[in-house]
Design a protein around this ligand. Structure first.
Ligand code: SF4
Length: 67
């Protein structure tokens, strides 16, 4: 099932870890906010997203079913 990558801006700490660890999936805005580069990851990108989900210090990253 295709899922959508979501970052909760309310809880994100702007640590930049996701962009540092998985730069093909996440970028960084000038103010340090993460930017999603791949909105609907698939294949090996899912592993990269799972890694980012597991190391995000505020549990702000998730994969959600498309509505
Ligand atoms: S790792 Fe989590 S808290 Fe840090 S910038 Fe990414 S989404 Fe925000």
């Amino acid at each position: 099932m295709v899922k959508r990558l979501v970052i909760e801006t309310e809880t994100c700490l702007k640590s930049g870890q996701c962009a540092f660890m998985q730069p093909t999936i996440f970028g960084l805005e000038a103010d340090g906010s993460p930017r999603i580069l791949v909105e609907k990851p698939d294949g090996d990108q899912i592993y990269a997203v799972d890694d980012a989900i597991s190391m995000c210090p505020s549990q702000s990253i998730s994969l959600r079913p498309l509505e």
